[in-house]
Design a protein around this ligand. Structure first.
Ligand code: SF4
Length: 799
């Protein structure tokens, strides 16, 4: 066979692309005939022509910040159209995007779906599978789990999920099965590349989420979308940004790419990747050196006046309390003392003769390193651009910042969110209308938050692991555990793991071969599925009973179409497996029964809940819901150790990171590696997909039909590349081949690839072949390493 392929290449009978597309395909052997495979089509064929359209509601449960309520138009057991569903209390908010409107095409096409339990019959990666029965699949899994437990202990079984379906049962079933079995589960934000923002936010705010409802920008004079592409990745909220601009606010987008949001903004600032902390520090320095910072806000609400010991960099404490210098009494007093007038500058002597200073001194000192000139050089911007930005941010009061996920996918991933939020604090914009430094979906801050500040749903029974310890490891440990042979059984649910994780060559060649048995549950054939031993057919959110909690609403997923093949929900699959391994007593409900149980909360907010109405309308609004624009930290209360907005983190003193800092990229274009690979390669999220979930839907193909690499005209010309050329993007880890998209709308020295495309859609290779996963000790100390998908150097050549 190998000889034949080589001969064909020599004879030019097949192109390399044809060959790769061939091996990229999945070969499946179904034992049922066409009628079985195409059951949904047979169902439709039998439907009466004049059958009326039924409306069945669902919630879009992909990992997009919008979380839209959808209305399926169903006829003959098929979804024939999708339109936006209502949001009670918010007439302005219904939304559905191109992705969800065309999703039905993919989910109802049997060619795309895993229809039956499939067992690998070829080599891993070959894509050869044969159909088996559910009974056989369950027997294999149960035997492997019990064997793993007996030989190595239950923890040698890993249960890994990402965010392919965020509905309650779909997202949590795999983890719950792992927990009830006593296996290892994972906090996956790190490997996914979403954890830098959470770490940065937690350092300064004491919580990982918080921000301003986008409608609050009607109160803003200036709005900065800092690495946030609202137009493509939070479509339901773009309308409010446009309205705020019509209301007179200036909109600035800071992004290495001229994103769709930049296209509708007043100004695009093409910053170099990873330099966001330097820009924030430069802006702080501009303000502090011109006395434009909000001293009153800093004194009242931040750690700025808290005294720090010169000898060890820890906060000074008096009788266990943080301490300040009081100008009124000319003495050191406990923080919060009535009538005290704290200072944020100067040097003082403490009770035991220890010298100390307000923590703001450290921040100002760090910021002072970033003059306009230095900042402009680091960020790749003109000095007047930095100066104008700093001046407008300080003086167009109030100014709001919305931060996006892209800027945290770098090696020092916690730094950008921490520094930008600190900038907002220095300006006194935190907790004020029209201000803030918000984390992606600003609406995440809408109160009440179940389980946080109001009683939760009735999740008690679902949370019960039956006494088994709930072992959740950092996802940053996953690669090492695989490499060390510590994982004997791996269940991958709601995740195209290989496609969405860094360094695919390492994963495929070095890591997965050390895992003896892999189960993958997914509605679709994926890159990950090709490397699994068993692929089980999951259901989509249009085929299951489930809920998605998006306070103040709860949205319902319910079956809208006939079951595709023999697919089952993640919860049904876990339930069936649990019954075979002696855990049936913990998995004793159908999906619908679980959903009904969740909604039996005794909280007064649920008093008006009615199941039939819920099914009919697909959404329930809590009676204690707040539907007006809200924003976080209005009360100026922070869950940090000091209870203040905390830009000075004493536990990070030992690592030299006590205040926000800027560090160069791990893969530095101006370092040694940059001589070989001079281009910074970033990865962005596009309007056509949420991760790998919406690629190549027939309707979306009209917009984009293949991956492209965006490259600046200057860089393209230097390499003899013109628009549409086939190019190779490569570094020492691997490569991908795709078309070049030559444009002015990306800063020189940077190239960009859209997230989500899979190897079948590239001419060759994948974006993940060039990425890396490098453990960051500082991030491990704080929490866990975040994947640095945008801290990658490459070269590009025409092929
Ligand atoms: S992909 Fe996002 S914007 Fe589109 S319907 Fe789903 S949740 Fe809404």
């Amino acid at each position: 066979m190998k000889d034949l392929i080589e001969k064909a290449f020599r004879d030019d009978k097949i192109t390399r692309r044809t060959f790769l597309k061939g091996v990229g395909a999945i070969t499946v052997t179904y034992s049922l005939g066409a009628a079985g495979v195409l059951g949904i089509d047979a169902h439709t064929a039998n439907a009466a022509e004049d059958e009326p359209i039924k409306y069945i509601h669902s919630c879009c449960t992909v990992n997009c910040t919008s979380r839209c309520h959808l209305k399926g138009h169903v006829k003959g057991g098929r979804i024939v159209a999708v339109s936006p569903g209502d949001f009670p209390g918010r007439d302005d908010y219904p939304n559905a995007c191109l992705r969800s409107m065309s999703y039905a095409q993919r989910l109802q096409d049997p060619k795309n779906r895993v229809l039956y339990p499939m067992k690998r019959v070829g080599q891993r990666g070959e894509g050869k599978f044969e159909q088996i029965s559910w009974e056989e699949a369950y027997d294999i899994i149960a035997a492997k789990l019990m064997e793993t437990k007996e030989k190595y202990g239950a923890q040698a079984a890993s249960f890994f999920t990402m965010s392919g379906n965020l509905a309650k049962l779909a997202w949590e079933s795999t983890t719950r099965l792992g927990a009830t079995f006593g296996g290892t589960t994972y906090i996956t934000e790190g490997l996914m590349g979403d954890h830098g923002a959470s770490m940065g936010m937690r350092l300064v705010y004491g919580q990982e989420r918080g921000g301003h409802d986008t409608r609050d920008y009607m109160n803003s004079k200036l709005i900065i979308m800092w690495g946030r592409n609202l137009a493509d990745t939070h479509t339901s909220d773009l309308r409010y940004l446009i309205k705020a601009r019509e209301n007179g606010a200036k909109v600035i987008v800071i992004d290495p790419r001229q994103s769709s949001t930049a296209a509708v903004a007043d100004q695009w600032i093409p910053i170099r990747p990873q330099t966001d902390p330097a820009l924030a520090l430069g802006m702080m320095n501009y303000m502090i050196s011109r006395n434009l910072h909000d001293v009153a806000w800093l004194k009242a609400n931040s750690c700025a006046p808290l005294l720090v010991r010169d000898d060890n960099g820890q906060y000074l404490r008096i009788n266990g309390s943080y301490a300040i210098w009081d100008n009124n009494s000319n003495s050191i007093v406990p923080m919060g003392m009535m009538g005290a007038d704290p200072v944020i500058t100067g040097n003082y002597t403490g009770p035991d003769g220890v010298s100390c200073h307000p923590s703001f001194v450290d921040l100002a000192k760090e910021a002072a390193k970033y003059s306009i000139k230095v900042t402009a050089e680091i960020c790749g911007l003109e000095e007047r651009t930095v100066e104008q930005l700093a001046h407008e941010y300080a003086t167009m009061k109030p100014a709001g910042i919305r931060m996006g996920q892209g800027m945290q996918r770098v090696y020092n991933s916690f730094a950008p969110f921490r520094a930008v939020a600190t900038l907002a604090a220095v300006a006194g914009y935190i907790g004020v209308p029209g201000g803030g430094a918000s984390h992606m979906g600003g609406t995440a801050s809408i109160n009440p938050i179940p389980g946080v500040n109001v009683p939760d749903f009735n999740f008690a029974e679902w949370s019960n692991t039956g006494g088994a310890p709930f072992i959740q490891e950092k996802s940053s440990n996953l690669y090492n555990k695989m490499e060390n042979g510590d994982i004997k059984f791996l269940w991958i649910g709601v995740s195209n793991f290989i496609n969405q994780s860094p360094d695919a060559n390492r994963v495929i060649k070095d890591l997965l071969p050390k895992v003896p048995f892999i189960v993958h549950v997914d509605p679709y054939w994926t890159w990950t599925g090709k490397y699994a031993d068993l692929v089980l057919p999951g259901k989509t959110h249009w085929e299951v009973w489930d809920i998605l909690v998006r306070s103040p609403w709860v949205m319902l997923d319910q079956p809208a179409i006939a079951t595709m093949g023999q697919s089952k929900s993640d919860c049904e699959i876990c339930t069936d497996v649990a019954k075979r391994i002696g855990l049936g007593h913990l998995w004793n409900k159908t999906d619908e029964e679980w959903v009904r149980t969740f909604m039996t909360s005794k909280h007064p907010a649920f008093a008006a809940f009615n199941w039939d109405k819920f099914v009919k309308e697909g959404i329930f609004a809590r009676s204690d819901g707040i539907f007006e624009p809200v924003f976080s930290f209005k009360d100026q209360k922070y869950k940090t150790p000091t209870g203040k907005f905390e830009f000075y983190t004493e536990k990070l003193k030992q690592l030299g990171e006590e205040v926000p800092t800027y560090k160069r990229m791990l893969e530095d274009p101006q370092g040694e590696l940059g001589k070989k690979f001079p281009l910074v390669c970033i990865n962005y999220h596009d309007r056509l997909n949420v991760h790998s979930q919406h690629m190549l839907y027939p309707a979306l193909k009209l917009v984009t039909s293949e991956p492209e690499v965006q490259i600046n005209t200057v860089d393209a010309q230097a390499r003899g590349i013109v628009h549409g050329d086939k190019v190779k993007v490569f570094n020492d880890r691997g490569h991908c081949i795709l078309k070049a998209f030559v444009m002015e709308g990306i800063a020189p020295g940077i190239v960009a690839l859209a997230n989500g495309w899979t190897p079948d859609q590239y001419i060759e290779g994948s974006f993940q072949n060039i990425t890396h996963f490098t453990i960051n000790p500082v991030e491990e100390f704080i929490s866990q390493t975040n994947s640095a998908f945008c801290d990658v150097l490459v070269e590009i050549k025409k092929v």
